[in-house]
Ligand binder design. Structure first.
Ligand SMILES: [Zn+2]
Length: 243
């Protein structure tokens, strides 16, 4: 099927290069790995930006340095399953994210380097019905990324030091927000759902304890998103027009 037949939205925009920016390893895989696989299957180039390395998580007996190494390897393995080989680690501290100018600058730099026409990130709006999805790091990563798309990355006067580094302004026409409400774009992931689950299971250090339940849970979510549609499994997003 053509990509246009797999993206259901009141928007005929089709991306050619997508940048995903999230707070933690495995955030992309929960929210968008099926979409990533669908995009890469159709020749869309996809790049990941990970703001932290998940170094403040479990197991507690491992040091942040050990956790960083494990999480980065797992995320690279998960990315490869859905056709992504370019990952950028921004090196911020897990659990400490705030949408300040430092974070906006780092994401603006990444946008100017990657030059995507689509950015996929976490919603900056707290959904009180889904408190795990509304982790403060997720909200901060989403807020800083939306601010980086507009106005920072496209404005030569934002962070003049980026120009001095040789990073020219770049305008991204669309953002797709994950894990929010008011979703208005659905991606048919029927043929990529198995790879999404495989990508999630590649995060052994985070998901091995629930490896038995996870596949059924993910299938249930994806099928619930697809209710009323011709697709069997769906990931949903809120489209933001930025032009
Ligand atoms: Zn997370």
């Amino acid at each position: 099927m053509a990509l246009a037949d797999l993206i259901h939205a009141d928007d005929d925009f089709l991306p050619t290069k997508a940048l995903l920016v999230v707070a933690h390893p495995d955030d992309i895989d929960f929210g968008a790995a099926g979409t990533v696989a669908t995009l890469t299957d159709h020749g869309v180039e996809v790049v990941y930006g990970l703001v932290t390395s998940g170094q403040a998580g479990e197991p507690a007996h491992l040091s942040p340095a050990e956790l960083t190494e494990i999480r980065q390897k797992e995320q690279a393995d998960a990315a490869a399953i859905v056709g992504v080989t370019e990952l950028h680690w921004l090196g911020f501290a897990d659990g400490h994210l705030v949408a300040d100018l430092l974070l906006r600058k780092a994401i603006s730099r990444l946008i100017r380097i990657v030059k995507p026409d689509l950015v996929i990130t976490q919603t900056p709006i707290r959904n009180l019905e889904r408190i795990y999805a509304a982790h403060p790091d997720h909200l901060a990563a989403g807020e800083a990324t939306v601010s980086a798309v507009y106005p920072d990355a496209r404005n030569g006067h934002s962070f003049p030091e980026l120009l001095e580094e040789g990073h020219e302004p770049h305008a991204v026409p669309r953002i797709w927000l994950m894990a929010g409400t008011d979703n208005n774009l659905s991606v048919d992931i029927t043929t990529s759902l198995d790879r999404k689950i495989e990508a999630l299971l590649a995060h052994h250090s985070q998901n091995s304890a629930r490896a038995d339940e996870l596949p059924a849970m993910i299938r249930e979510w994806a099928e619930a998103n697809a209710i009323g549609m011709t697709a069997g499994a769906v990931e949903s997003f809120k489209v933001v027009h930025t032009e």
